[in-house]
Design a protein around this ligand. Structure first.
Ligand code: 6CS
Ligand code: FE
Length: 301
């Protein structure tokens, strides 16, 4: 008998908090990508920050590529480019690991890939990649959410066996909208109210209004775990669990907060049908085709 779905959400107008039933760190570790202490910290907090993973030269090389993509008018016209409503600046570009050779290599860089393979305890593939530019003066916020709540309901991701790898390509200070997380929140699943509108991604990637946690449940999690800001110098990397409650403030400083995100999903956790019979989201947001385990490389960037 098929086990009932423990992660139902957006079914009616009631919000709820349920316990996570999946492991955080999967024991069948297939490579030594992290230390035992790092595994324990990640299991407890739901995130792991590794500073100075990429050199200043590598960061400059990647940042040039980032700016090149943003200037590329052809890219700006593609559906993968999400434009800020007010400023009309590029907010994000999705699917960069398939659009760009440099970022295609970067996803298989053993310094990040082996952390994902180790924590997820399996071979992995990229569910989604994106650059969030969060430009100076006009970069808008990303309200609190659990990525898994979206990926489960809108993409049909079965279980919590995925993580995001955020590579900081500009300094993320207290002031320019660093990633905010609620440590420990990954152990609780917030089932959200409301019903997913058709083609929700056309709005949610600019400003998410569904799959947003109920304020009192958000307060409950924050009272329990506090709020931590993942500040760090460019070249640092933050790995965070798919169900960690996170968000980030808008950026009114003149200094961009540009990070590249790779979402590694276990090869054993590939997408099924979304909840509620909605249409699956496009391939550039949620990979369903040509799924292969990524093999690590130690190529010179
Ligand atoms: O809908 C998504 O997949 C995206 N939305 C957010 C706010 N974070 C994860 C992901 O980029
Ligand atoms: Fe997110």
């Amino acid at each position: 008998m098929q086990m009932s779905n423990p992660y139902l959400t957006r079914r009616n107008d009631s919000a709820a908090i349920v316990a996570r039933v999946d492991p955080v760190v999967y024991e069948e570790s297939i490579t030594q990508g992290v230390s035992e202490q790092q595994k324990q910290d990640y299991a407890k907090n739901g995130f792991l920050q590794i500073d100075h993973l990429f050199s200043a030269e590598e960061v400059k090389y990647l940042l040039d590529e980032l700016h090149q993509m943003r200037q590329d008018f052809a890219v700006q016209q593609r559906p993968e480019a999400i434009i800020e409503r007010e400023s009309q600046e590029v907010r994000s570009i999705f699917n960069v690991h398939r659009l760009n050779e440099v970022f295609k290599n970067l996803v298989s860089d053993e310094r990040v890939l082996n952390v994902a393979r180790s924590l997820l305890g399996s071979e992995v593939y990229v569910h989604q990649s994106r650059i969030n530019y969060k430009p100076g003066l006009h970069g808008k916020e990303f309200f609190w959410h659990s990525d898994f709540e979206t990926w489960h309901s809108e993409d049909g991701m079965p279980r919590m066996r995925a993580l995001s790898c955020s590579i900081l390509l500009t300094d993320n200070s207290e002031h320019n909208g660093p990633l905010l997380v609620i440590p420990g929140s990954h152990k609780h699943y917030i089932s959200c109210q409301g019903e997913t509108p058709d083609e929700h991604y056309k709005k949610s990637l600019k400003k998410q209004e569904y799959g947003v946690p109920d304020g009192s449940l958000l307060e409950y999690l924050a009272d329990m775990g506090g709020i931590h800001s993942c500040t760090g110098l460019a070249g640092s990397v933050v790995f965070f669990d798919c169900n960690l409650m996170h968000g980030s403030n808008s950026n009114i400083t003149p200094f961009s907060r540009s990070n590249i995100f790779f979402v590694y999903n276990s090869i054993d956790n590939q997408l099924q049908q979304p909840l509620g019979g909605i249409k699956p989201r496009p391939e550039f947001i949620a990979a369903r085709e040509d799924i292969d385990a990524i093999q690590p490389n130690n190529l010179e960037l």
